[in-house]
Design a protein around this ligand. Sequence first.
Ligand SMILES: Cc1cc2nc3c(=O)[nH]c(=O)nc-3n(C[C@H](O)[C@H](O)[C@H](O)COP(=O)(O)OP(=O)(O)OC[C@H]3O[C@@H](n4cnc5c(N)ncnc54)[C@H](O)[C@@H]3O)c2cc1C
Length: 467
Amino acid sequence: MNLYWHRRDLRGTDNRGLARAVSVSEGPVAPVFVFDPTVLEHAAPVRVACLLEALEGLRAWYRERGSDLLVVRGEASDAIPRLAAEYEADAVVWADDYSGLARERDRAVTAALEDDGVACESVHDSIHHEPGSITPNEGAHYSVFSYFWKKWRDREKREPLEPPAADALADVAGDPLPSRSELGFDKPTATPQSVTQAAARERTTEFCSGPIYRYADNRDKPAVDGTSRLSVHLKWGTIGIRKVYAATQRAAERATTDDDRESVAAFQRQLAWREFYAHVLAFNPETVTENFSGYEHPIPWRNDPDELAAWKAGETGYPIVDAGMRQLQAEGWIHNRVRMLVASFLTKDLLIDWREGYDWFRRNLADHETANDVGGWQWAGSTGTDAQPYFRVFNPMKQGREYDPDADYIREYIPELEGVPADAIHDWHDLDPDRRAQLAPSYPAPIVDHGERREGAIAAFEQARGE
Ligand SMILES: Cc1cc2nc3c(=O)[nH]c(=O)nc-3n(C[C@H](O)[C@H](O)[C@H](O)COP(=O)(O)OP(=O)(O)OC[C@H]3O[C@@H](n4cnc5c(N)ncnc54)[C@H](O)[C@@H]3O)c2cc1C
């Protein structure tokens, strides 16, 4: 018998790790999930809720096939060898995870299994092209996305895999899943989208049958449901990347205009960003806490605690920023355009260290993915690979007017602005204080002046550059 250790691939179909475990096993394969306290230290209520929902779904998937998910609690380096001994497993197989923490854990599990004489194997699954497989002439990975994209786009992709046959799965019975409170987590304030294999499949089919053709036009409009909303599924692995990509390829084949085809390519490009950041993190695990690009001197962050608190609460008096931060509290997700805006506002207007923003996102995002989150924050904070240049500071009023012209997105998340005309919302910064009090007495005035703060941020980055 072999054990298959699920981690961030909570599905049975199109799972390269599970397929590998089955193909190298002499008997049936028993699937297992470990609640590891070291990993849970980095979790958050919203993600534990997602994890438990996805695991319930995975367990049901196995039970329908006469098997079950074995569930254990404890450090993986103890729990996995213990289970391997209990089930007299010949080998343990899992799929790679590229963060520093995950790789450290996997090294400890490998060493423990080797000590016990149990074979182990890990396979690439979560991305198409593994770290080290798309490289520049010199160096281990690309630092400029456009070069990476060209190679990624032209590289052949693997086809999705069928699920294993039911008789390849062991007839085992697992213990019940622990509850959220047994794991030590509070009820999340956010209600995230459903994270099951069925939800992932439905969303992929729905998105690829219509919205994908309008993605290029709609992806920057937060009031429109124009993006795939697959991030949470890709984070938890409730769908395989090969399945997603194959669905986009079928959409491209069905496309009847060049615009449609370009829109599909625009979406595939975003999937490539995810892989770009996975490569960057795999070769630079320290960038979870360190700047990717060095400056001559430290960046003189202001780190004002009251401004940080206002940003977290969605009380900065910049409507599009506040709407984003409140969407995070409500749903555990923020639209990408707005993620860029709130991150720019924190790191430039407030001159607060990107690590504070990353930490808040890490605690609140249902789709928190270390590589993308660090990548997004370092991009916005002008410290990352291929980052936003330090002198380019988003103007939150202009961005609100451009991407949410009718202020529908803003009003959805800021009830205080209900009934306030869109023009007044986008001009909030410039309105007379009496006018603001009259229109929305409980919504705050801007906590900082964007023009002044923009200049201050540029000066601070120039100082860090030694200019
Ligand atoms: C500061 C900041 C933090 C972010 N943190 C995360 C995070 O923790 N987890 C996460 O998955 N994404 C993160 N992103 C990227 C992006 O905002 C989300 O992937 C996207 O909003 C998810 O919604 P969607 O699935 O509808 O995206 P779509 O537009 O439909 O994109 C499809 C998929 O492509 C990938 N993708 C899209 N944009 C990016 C990007 N810029 N970088 C990397 N991958 C991308 C995601 O897997 C996404 O699901 C962050 C961006 C910023 C600016």
